[in-house]
Design a protein around this ligand. Structure first.
Ligand code: MF3
Ligand code: CO
Ligand code: CO
Length: 263
């Protein structure tokens, strides 16, 4: 299967889905406080998507090959959880960092975005990792333009993370997105300049680096979904869905509450 280029109408629907996904993060932000459980965050987001936005939470019952159906509507990845944390009884505590990952379907198209949140006041190391990972995502996004390659995106992310003594998770990557949650191409968050697929206007994909404060190695938990760092070091992730335009990129997952891009 080749990479599908989106036409004008499809792009407009991707813009709507992207904005709605980002607005779920705006909605949940004030609820991310000590004492709330990740299950309660899931329930609040689920009800907002279904009852207010009339969107479909894409994760719910999502079943990639080799996986059991994902049981919740969002992913909540706390501290050393890298990604795909399953919401449950876990209460957030002062000083935790949490990634909330939202994917909605609207009018047949997907929007996928995640942000990091601080629960109360973060440690200096936690803030540094979260800010570094945000910078890494934006360096990747800023490498998006026709003629550049996927390797240029990965290289921009990897060099910045490693220069700061952190590491890039290899086992999970960004992905083409559209009518499907995950489609071609794979967007690796490491790589060499000028290698890999050449970018063309009309491509839509996510950039979603997972950066560990320690070693890059990960482990899957017994629930079959939750991914943690092997060395229990902190991990952070940010995600946007982007479109390749004639002269660069357009971020599709934009909203009023989206953190400002770095200077
Ligand atoms: N939203 C995640 C991504 O960025 C995928 C989550 S799959 C789920 O690709 F099933 F865990 F929701
Ligand atoms: Co994604
Ligand atoms: Co996501």
């Amino acid at each position: 299967m080749a990479v599908e280029l989106k036409n004008r109408e499809e792009i407009e629907r991707m813009r709507v889905a992207g904005r709605l996904a980002a607005e779920v993060l705006d909605f949940i932000a004030p609820h991310v406080k000590p004492g709330i459980t990740t299950g309660e965050l899931d329930r609040l987001c689920h009800d907002y998507m279904v009852d207010v936005q009339r969107t479909i939470p894409a994760p719910l019952n999502y079943t990639p090959p080799g996986y059991s159906p994902y049981p919740k509507s969002i992913c909540t990845s706390v501290n050393h959880v890298v990604c795909h944390g399953v919401p449950g009884e876990k209460k957030l505590r002062h000083g935790d960092i949490i990634n909330i990952d939202i994917t909605v379907i609207k009018d047949g198209f997907h929007g996928d975005t995640s942000r990091m949140f601080f629960v109360g006041q973060p440690s200096i190391q936690a803030r540094r990792l979260v800010d570094l990972t945000h910078d890494c995502m934006w360096r990747g996004i800023r490498a998006v333009k026709p003629g550049n390659t996927l390797g240029d995106i990965g290289h921009a992310i990897q060099t910045h993370a490693e220069q700061q003594g952190c590491s890039v998770v290899r086992e999970f990557c960004g992905h083409g997105i559209g009518r499907n949650f995950h489609e071609e191409p794979q967007i690796l968050h490491y790589g060499r300049p000028g290698t890999g697929l050449r970018l063309e206007p009309g491509m839509t994909f996510t950039v979603e680096p997972m950066i560990n404060a320690g070693k890059p190695d990960i482990r899957q938990m017994a629930d079959g979904w939750t991914i943690v760092t092997k060395d229990h070091s902190l991990s952070a992730q940010w995600e946007h869905t982007v479109l390749v335009t004639e002269d660069g990129y357009e971020v599709l997952t934009v909203s009023a509450g989206m953190p400002a891009p770095p200077a």
